[in-house]
Design a protein. Structure first.
Length: 313
């Protein structure tokens, strides 16, 4: 017997560039995401889908910008969609300087929230810039008796620092997922994880991408290599990396980096999930993709559409 379907929309935008570009990028990202979400919500109103959550993550956004207000305005007042009038409510937020995670639900969804807690964990210094500390935040929520944890993080950069990123992930997990709290149904990680393409040089990588052969590079993805070795993300699932690497772009375009650094493109921005209650919950990832039409960052946003179904075995 089925009890419910829950649809969770997740999106993340890591950023570097001017605040003006960022504002435009965020608005465009949120509008596109919301329109797609409303299409799904429209289907839910005429089917068995009854619960929905929206998750937004922003990285390297200066802490002095009030994005809670901006997102509130976009989600609750200013966006008009061709399907329905959607009124959202901010259910929770978690911030660690440049890492900002927001959780929204439909207007009356707060009545289904039985527990909500925000946590954070720092993994390093400021890197020379105030407000750019790396680390992680988490929102732990009991939503209609479904226990979920959403963890967002920004890990150390550069291709050589694989072991450091692995260590940071383990420290974050030990801090935000302590053993006594591991009775949960769903855990989601999303963020600028900064894993790169192993032993790769710019020219061949860019040539493969230009010829739509980026799938050849997947086997060299550091995150997948480390997961296969059992070092990180044991038991987690991720969608297929069918989209182009999301980093590093020239701000204002879809052209890869032409600065003096000339970074090798990589899938730095990722969303992974794990179902702990496998006896009662099935998960289907309906989509996992980047949004190429957002130009205000040196990263491309990543989005995922995750559907949970309750089953009684």
């Amino acid at each position: 017997m089925e009890r419910f379907h829950m649809r969770i929309w997740l999106s993340l935008l890591a950023k570097k560039g001017s605040s003006i570009c960022l504002s435009l990028a965020c608005r465009r990202l949120l509008k596109q995401t919301l329109i797609n979400f409303c299409k799904q919500l429209h289907l839910q109103l005429t089917s068995k889908y009854i619960y929905t959550l929206l998750i937004f993550l922003f990285i390297s956004i200066t802490k002095y910008q009030n994005f809670v207000f901006s997102i509130h305005v976009i989600l609750t007042l200013q966006i008009k969609v061709p399907y329905i009038e959607l009124k959202c409510r901010l259910l929770g937020k978690a911030k660690l300087q440049s890492v900002q995670l927001y959780l929204f639900g439909p207007k009356n969804s707060h009545t289904l929230v039985k527990e909500l807690k925000a946590e954070r964990h720092s993994v390093g210094g400021c890197g020379g810039l105030i407000g750019r500390k790396k680390g992680a935040v988490a929102i732990r929520i009991n939503y209609d008796d479904i226990k979920m944890v959403f963890i967002s993080c920004h890990l150390s950069a550069h291709a050589k620092k694989v072991d450091q990123r692995n260590t940071e992930l383990k420290h974050i997990a030990n801090s935000l997922l302590p053993r006594e709290k591991r009775k949960r149904d769903l855990t989601v990680w999303l963020g600028d994880l900064n894993y790169r393409i192993q032993d790769a040089s710019n020219r061949p990588v860019r040539s493969l991408i230009q010829n739509h052969l980026q799938s050849v590079l997947v086997s060299k993805d550091q995150l997948l290599q480390e997961a296969e070795r059992g070092e990180i993300f044991k038991g987690y699932s991720e969608g297929t990396l069918g989209f182009k690497p999301t980093y590093k772009y020239n701000v204002g375009s879809s052209d890869y980096d032409t600065s003096h650094k000339i970074r090798v493109p990589a899938w730095t921005d990722r969303i992974l999930f794990k179902i702990q209650n496998t006896d009662n919950i099935q998960a289907t990832l309906h989509s996992y993709d980047s949004i190429d039409q957002v130009y205000g960052s040196d990263h491309k946003p990543v989005k995922a559409d995750l559907c949970l179904k309750w089953v009684n075995n």
